[in-house]
Structures are given as structure tokens and as C-alpha cells.
Design a binder for this molecule. Structure first.
Ligand code: AMP
Length: 177
């Protein structure tokens, strides 16, 4: 786990002053580390009878796609507004300033399907909470929400506490100074 943490690049003041950006490109270009992340997600959720994986644009696609291949299950992208071509539904969520939104195709999930949601990072939790609402509006059951990185000091888990959540690397307030 320490090795995975070491491979995540911290970029201060990106994309805005005061943000410590957690760059995962330095981790996923290392084949062993990338595989380790997928293996940890696999171990944590392999017994949950997952039918389909939902990945959140865009870094959720990297991990979600690899895990879907490993399990031989389908992959569904949740995307920023205006990217999906067919009939879709939308959920808005609060940002620090204003709102943002995510979309999913209406035929992406069948009622009763067991869904694992994947993203790279949990910050305030707005993105993953909105994704869970999209899945549930289509009748899917969220069996878990997994992310490589958790910014624990932002308490994002509070917004998704009703779900079985899992993170691999956690950051605490004192490390962010
Ligand atoms: P949130 O909705 O606040 O939980 O934000 C989560 C989304 O924003 C994820 O898809 C992350 O990729 C991205 N994000 C937020 N904060 C950071 C950060 N410090 N470093 C890298 N990505 C971030």
C-alpha cells in the first residue's frame, strides 16, 4: 500500500491555487501497481455477485474498464453533460461554486442489476453520490462504491455512507499542508 501511495504524484495548486491534485498517471503507467489496484478491488468485491461496473468520467474508466475485463462483466460510463449520444438521464450535484451534472444512458442498466461503482478519488462525495442516484433511478442496486484515493478530511464518505465503500489509499489533513 505504501508503494501505491508513493506512486501517486501530488501536484500543488492544480487546477486552482490551494488544491493538492492527486495525479494517478504516475501509478497507472507502472504495470505492477496498476494490476495491484485492480487485484485489490477484485478481492474486496469478488463475492458480491456484481453484474455490471459503472465508471465515472474520466479516470473511473481506467480502473472500471480493467476490472470489468477481469470479471467478464459489462462496463457502463457515467459522463459529463453533452457527451452521451442516446436517451439519457441527468443528476446535478453541488460544487464549491455552482453545480455540475452527470449523465447515464437510460438503457445502460436493467432493473435489478447489481452494480459496482468505480472512480479514482473521493473528495467531497458529490460525484459518487450523484452516480449512485443515477444507478438507482434506473432500478440498479448499488452493491459497492470503490475508489483508489480517499481525501478523508473532506468527509465525502458521509454523502455515500449507506453504501459499502472501499478506498485503497487515504490522505489526512496533516499530510495536505
Ligand atoms: P468530489 O465530487 O468532490 O468527491 O470530487 C471527486 C472528483 O473530482 C473525482 O472524479 C476526482 O477525479 C476529482 N478530484 C477532486 N479533488 C481532486 C484532487 N485533489 N486530486 C485529483 N482529483 C480530484
Amino acid at each position: 500500500m505504501e508503494e501505491l501511495r508513493r506512486l501517486i504524484r501530488n501536484v500543488p495548486d492544480f487546477p486552482h491555487k490551494g488544491i493538492q491534485f492527486k495525479d494517478i498517471t504516475t501509478l497507472v503507467k507502472d504495470g505492477k501497481a496498476f494490476a495491484k489496484v485492480i487485484d485489490l478491488f477484485d478481492q474486496r468485491y469478488r463475492d458480491k455477485r456484481v453484474d455490471i461496473i459503472v465508471g465515472v468520467e474520466s479516470r473511473g474508466f481506467i480502473f472500471g474498464g480493467a476490472l470489468a475485463y477481469k470479471w467478464g462483466v459489462g462496463f457502463v460510463p457515467v459522463r459529463k453533460p453533452g457527451k452521451l449520444p442516446a436517451e439519457k438521464i441527468r443528476e446535478e450535484y453541488e460544487l464549491e461554486y455552482g453545480t455540475d451534472a452527470l449523465e447515464i444512458h437510460t438503457d445502460a442498466i436493467q432493473p435489478g442489476q447489481r452494480v459496482l461503482i468505480i472512480d479514482d478519488l473521493l473528495a467531497t462525495g458529490g460525484t459518487l453520490a450523484a452516480t449512485a442516484r443515477l444507478v438507482e433511478r434506473l432500478g440498479g442496486t448499488v452493491v459497492g462504491i470503490a475508489f483508489l484515493i480517499e481525501l478523508a478530511f473532506l468527509n465525502g464518505r458521509e454523502k455515500i455512507k449507506q453504501y459499502d465503500c472501499y478506498s485503497i489509499v487515504q490522505y489526512h489533513a496533516e499530510e495536505e499542508k
